[in-house]
Design a protein around this ligand. Structure first.
Ligand code: URA
Length: 208
């Protein structure tokens, strides 16, 4: 399935300041929100539309509105929450779910500690958001869990990805398109994306 890198100059400019270690918490948060809006714009590019009849002050006409499945954003806690507001700015009617996962220190497998999604999620197009696609383990687990509850239309949106993470998600979920701002060089031995931006959660929430 497709990987779309949004190579817009405005987005790439903002991403540079997100990456920089000199960027303050307030600016980091704002920039992630702004980039998330741009990613929301791109990830919804193929939504179906239908024509409805309206009257402008000048004349009657047919004009397009979004049709098809309603949307649900699902944030992978906690860093995914940093992207939610920017996406909701553009998609104000979207429902929002949350999935919390931690890595078991012995098995290194993701373990779910929180799962709250709308009751009708299986009828929606679900857009999973997480700034960093590093090993891919959390995204894979989140996508599997959503499929378990019956979701059949899924997309994944990240800020940055490693080539390893993309390969892993594509192998596990070949049906899920990925939209992101950049694909970086690699993962380092601590599981960080290089050059990346550091720990997205810590930088969004100012916890370091
Ligand atoms: N999670 C992060 O926040 N940063 C990385 O580089 C990798 C995973």
């Amino acid at each position: 399935m497709s990987v779309i890198v949004v190579n817009h100059p405005l987005l790439q400019h903002k991403l540079t300041y997100v990456r920089s270690e000199d960027t303050t918490t307030d600016n980091f948060r704002r920039l992630v929100r702004e980039i998330a809006s741009m990613l929301a714009y791109e990830v919804t590019r193929d939504l179906p539309t239908e024509l409805i009849d309206i009257k402008t002050p000048v004349a009657s006409c047919k004009s397009p509105v979004i049709s098809g499945k309603k949307l649900c954003l699902v944030s992978i806690l906690r860093a995914g929450n940093g992207m939610l507001d920017g996406m909701i700015d553009l998609l104000p009617g979207a429902r929002v779910g949350h999935i919390g996962l931690y890595r078991d220190p012995e098995t290194l497998e993701p373990v779910e500690y929180y799962f709250k999604v709308p009751e009708d999620i299986r009828d929606r197009l679900v857009i999973v958001v997480d700034p960093m696609l590093a090993t891919g383990n959390s995204a894979i687990a989140a996508l599997s869990r959503l499929k378990e509850v019956g979701v059949s239309s899924l997309k994944l949106v990240n800020l940055l990805a490693s080539p390893e993470g993309i390969r892993a998600v594509q192998a596990a979920h070949p049906d899920v398109p990925i939209t992101l701002a950049a694909i970086d060089e690699r993962l380092n031995e601590h599981g960080y994306i290089v050059p990346g931006l550091g720990d997205a959660g810590d930088r969004i929430f100012g916890t370091k």
